[in-house]
Design a protein around this ligand. Structure first.
Ligand code: ARG
Length: 590
């Protein structure tokens, strides 16, 4: 379905043509001065330069033509404002019919892209054997939303968790486990080649694993010999030593099961559970290619690709492909992952949702990949860099004791508070309390994050985010639940034909609803979920104003009542679709 501004643009493009001007001047946009008008065409000013004519005269010519198909102002009302703007308000009839059409539309008016792309979104990025902490929250929440947004406008989108499973952390765990339990078969010199010959049960639980890693990591900081051992173990693992490979498999098994559980709690899902290690087989050929083609060269022993450009304002250092000891690094893996993704999926676009502190890094990677033609010319690489999640003191979010907070702990704390709140609510049955609290908590966390511009740091303020009033997830859910309960009270089949709006409040609500398709496409173009949040907050406010001014079920005129109920039904559908894109849902009661 077309956006309202597209429908108006066509109308005015025809009018420009009919009046003897180029139709390209006829574009209509949403006005940035809603106090003056809803839509605006400023093409007469540009046309004036081309045709050496006063903009006012052009605007008059055009409007006369446009009015020909607009008998009794059934479509729009327009006035000309100096020096040649055409200010447009749409008619209530048009607005009502647009929303009725939207209601029937499979995509609820979201314009579907003409050239669907295949997009890979790299988000999550957790490291195996380390618990998810709050630092992982933003990537998961924003990435999941971008995935749903990309699909909503008609693209094919694959989410990839891109596990960190190949670094020193694996060597540290192996080393520590070996020190504690040298008798395990994994460490024996005669460890079997065949993975099937190892015990099916892992020699640790997830809690043990999560204790071992930080312990080993701390120890390696002061114990040089220990660190060397861990590096050696990492190296042997990467070389493919059978016992270590088998142990690594166990670590992966236990760790991913736990990660899946945690992401499921956030309603975050991945189509691909690929990891850094999957890219390793691509490294040797890639390195050979980079050297043979002369894209990479040795500098002080390290293999690097120059990525600086003459127009750079600050220095962009070369992208290192291999360290001077020949070892591969984070960069190598990301470049090889690009090679792998091109080979397996040939995507049109890869989007990385990673902390903005890695933005120089991604500049290097993207330039290196482009320069060496590791990606097709028209495959886009984008980094959506997000800011830090801070605590109320303005410093990176920590536990009360000052440690790194586990994501699980944060979710539990918010849930507990929410259960208390919800259980005070008489509309909720006791047995539903926990389930509803979980839904509402998730809305608080996700909306709290997504309503901020991704690139900015933000303060995670639990009290504010979980409040039922203000610009919060729970407020949006509360509004949806209110609409649901009115519709429920009215009963099935009570909605009638949508009539033109009766009051300014109703008109505002209808205008909001009519903007939905525009907002979603813009949010995707700009990879900006906060635009959807701002939109639904405004819509929720406008709904609540309308609701306070209007008797809906008690409306005596049956046609009017049916129209109100129709409008509420569309509003509800649209709000539910919006929060689904954001990555959460609404309960039936709260
Ligand atoms: N595991 C990495 C980290 O913890 C994040 C990975 C991001 N994705 C990527 N393709 N580099 O920093």
């Amino acid at each position: 379905m077309e956006k309202i501004e597209t429908i108006l643009s066509k109308k005015f493009q025809n009018a420009f043509k009919a009046a003897g001007y180029d139709e390209m001047f006829g574009r209509v946009r949403r006005s940035d001065r809603p106090d003056l008008c809803e839509f605006q065409c400023s093409g007469a000013m540009s046309a004036a330069r081309n045709y050496h004519k006063a903009p006012l005269a052009i605007a008059q010519d055009v409007l006369k033509k446009a009015e020909e198909g607009n008998k009794d102002k059934s479509f729009f009302e327009a006035v000309i404002a100096a020096p040649g703007f055409i200010n447009i308000n749409i008619s209530g009839e048009f607005l009502a019919s647009y929303i009725m059409e939207m209601d029937e539309d499979k995509f609820l008016s979201i314009p579907q892209t003409e050239n669907p792309k295949k997009i890979i979104i790299d988000y999550g990025g957790p490291n195996v054997a380390k618990p998810l902490h709050v630092g992982h929250l933003r990537s998961a929440v924003i990435g999941e939303c971008l995935k749903r947004l990309g699909r909503a406008v008609g693209n094919e989108v694959l989410g990839d968790v891109h596990l960190g499973d190949w670094g020193l952390q694996m060597g540290l765990i192996i080393t520590e486990l070996r020190a504690r339990r040298p008798e395990l078969i994994y460490f024996s010199d005669t460890a079997p080649e065949d993975p099937a010959e190892y015990p099916s049960e892992a020699p640790f639980t997830i809690s043990e694993l999560e204790e071992i890693y930080p312990f080993a990591s701390e120890k390696s900081k002061t114990d040089e010999e220990y660190k060397l051992k861990a590096m050696e173990a990492t190296h042997l693992l990467q070389e493919g030593r059978p016992g270590y490979r088998a142990l690594w498999n166990k670590i992966m098994e236990i760790s991913t099961a736990d990660l899946r559980k945690n992401y499921a709690r956030l309603d975050v899902t991945f189509d691909l559970w690929k990891s850094e290690s999957d890219a390793q087989p691509y490294i040797p050929d890639m390195v050979r290619y980079l050297k043979d083609k002369g894209y990479a060269y040795y500098n002080e022993g390290a293999l690097v690709i120059d990525v600086a450009l003459p127009e750079d304002k600050k220095k962009i250092p070369p992208c290192m492909v291999l360290k001077s000891d020949g070892a591969s690094l984070y960069n190598t893996t990301d470049l090889a992952t690009i090679v792998e993704r091109m080979k397996l999926f040939s995507p049109d676009e890869i989007i990385y949702v990673v902390d903005k502190r890695q933005s120089l890094y991604f500049t290097q990677i993207f330039r290196a990949a482009r320069k060496a033609h590791l990606v097709d010319e028209d495959t886009e690489l984008k980094h959506v860099g997000f800011g830090t999640m801070n605590g109320r003191d303005g410093k990176p979010f920590k536990t009360r004791e000052g440690g790194v907070m586990r994501l699980e702990t944060l979710l539990d704390e918010i849930n507990t508070g929410m259960i208390k709140k919800i259980s005070e609510n008489k509309n909720v049955r006791e047995e539903d309390t926990e389930k509803i609290a979980r839904i509402v908590s998730l809305s608080a966390i996700k909306y709290g994050d997504l309503s901020n511009q991704a690139a900015k740091d933000y303060v995670f303020d639990t009290d504010k985010f979980t409040a039922f009033e203000g610009n919060t997830g729970p407020y949006i859910l509360y509004t949806i639940v209110r609409i649901k309960s009115i519709l429920e009270k009215a009963g099935k089949g009570t909605a009638g034909t949508l009539l033109p709006p009766d009051t300014p409040e109703e008109r505002n609500l209808m205008l909001d609803i009519g903007r939905f398709g525009s907002v979603v496409s813009e949010a995707f173009e700009e990879l900006a979920p906060h635009k959807i949040c701002a939109f639904i907050y405004e819509t929720a406010n406008d709904f609540n104003r309308f609701y306070h001014e209007t008797k809906i079920i008690a409306e005596p005129d049956a046609g009017r009542r049916g129209s109100y109920l129709h409008l509420l039904g569309t509003a509800e559908k649209m709000l539910e679709k919006s929060i689904d894109i954001l990555g959460f849902s609404a309960p039936d009661h709260m």
